[in-house]
Design a protein around this ligand. Structure first.
Ligand code: 5AD
Ligand code: FES
Length: 350
């Protein structure tokens, strides 16, 4: 036992972490110590989820966005992005093929696109729930009013993903234009929770200006919010953004943070993200082996996949993209896990 492994045990036991402990677990460590952390996280995930991995069918239905986040490839300031929107029929047909493939969750993700008014969004959610009453609908469409969130929930939306990106005010201001605020982002997350959604927050790992201190604040915020899902993946620079020359986030730090989050939030739904799979060909497998339990294969029509580019190098955008579901199932099984058939609600909602 050394300081690193002792810290793993202490964090696991106490389900809490100090800044010093966080610095230790994200600092220098040998591969054996790292494996000790991943094994501890995996044991917890396996005890709660019995080696099940939940699949979410991701439908990237619009890459129009009115915001101008400095890191994001679909920011409104990026004139090089080729914009698209899916019609309600196109979205429904993605869901139909997804349901046939066994998906029980659809995630509708898009930029903040005013074309999709509350009425349009609610109608889309209603149609999906009519056709697939056994499926969960997750929305990931950014900051809205309490009233709008309530309307989508009334229409049948079950879950909502809204990464907070960073819980540090100064850091937030370095990632976003003045028109956006951390306070509003947090308010949205609290509104969503209060309405009764299963709520997901999250961050990019290694985003410009991120430090141990900001990650510590992120964890403190998560502990206060009590999210059902936490989405984290490495920051990856996009060539047509102000952050084009910034360093990418590290896979190793992402895996360690996934494991730490599993120690702290045993029941949370934790995806091994596409960004992780982009940064490392085996990133998603490594993520699951570090405590993640969700994968989000792309169900968008192959014709638009190459246009929803938040960062450079995104995987699964080519002609073979229709194979992702089969590919991911195989990958899950190869590492001794199995794809769940249920909706995969948070244990407190099931
Ligand atoms: N690299 C990695 N992740 C990104 N996101 C946006 N841009 C990037 C990038 N360049 C993440 C943000 C957002 C989510 C949908 O994708 O965290 O909330
Ligand atoms: Fe897309 Fe493997 S997940 S090809």
């Amino acid at each position: 036992m050394n300081e690193f492994t002792k810290t793993v045990d202490a964090v696991r036991q106490g389900r809490n972490i100090t800044k010093e402990q966080l610095a230790c677990l994200l600092g220098q460590a040998g591969s054996e110590e790292e494996e000790y952390l991943f094994t501890a996280a995996r044991e917890i995930a396996d005890a709660v989820f019995h080696k099940q991995v939940f699949l979410r069918g991701l439908i990237e239905f619009t890459n129009y966005c009115k915001n101008d986040c400095y890191y994001c490839g679909i920011r409104c300031g990026n004139r090089a992005a080729e914009r698209y929107r899916l019609s309600e029929d196109e979205i429904l047909s993605c869901c139909d093929s997804g349901a046939a493939l066994g998906f029980r969750t659809f995630v509708l993700q898009g930029g903040e696109d005013p074309y999709y008014t509350d009425e349009r969004m609610s109608a889309i959610v209603r149609s999906i729930k009519d056709r697939h009453p056994d499926c969960a609908v997750t929305l990931s469409i950014g900051e809205k009013s309490h009233e709008s969130y309530q309307m989508f929930h009334d229409a049948g939306a079950d879950r909502y993903l809204l990464r907070h990106e960073t819980a540090d005010e100064e850091h937030y201001a370095k990632l976003h234009p003045k028109s956006m605020s951390l306070a509003h982002r947090k308010q949205c997350l609290y509104d969503l929770k209060e309405i009764g959604y299963q709520v997901g927050c999250g961050i990019m790992v290694g985003s410009p200006y991120q430090t141990i201190d900001t990650i510590y604040e992120d964890i403190a915020f998560m502990q206060e919010l009590g999210p059902h899902m936490i989405g984290i993946g490495p920051f990856l620079a996009h060539k047509d953004t102000p952050f084009r020359d910034e360093q990418n986030g590290s896979v190793q730090t992402t895996l360690r943070l996934l494991a730490i989050l599993r120690l702290l939030f045993p029941k949370v739904l934790l995806p091994a993200t596409t960004a992780l799979g982009t940064a490392d060909a085996l990133g998603r497998e490594k993520g699951i082996l570090a405590g993640a339990n969700v994968l989000m294969p792309n169900l968008s029509p192959v014709s638009v996949r190459g246009k929803y580019l938040l960062y450079d190098g995104k995987i699964c955008t080519g002609e073979e993209a229709a194979e992702c579901v089969v590919c991911l199932r195989n990958r899950v099984e190869r590492i001794g896990y199995r794809v769940a058939e249920s909706r995969g609600d948070h244990p407190d909602f099931a």
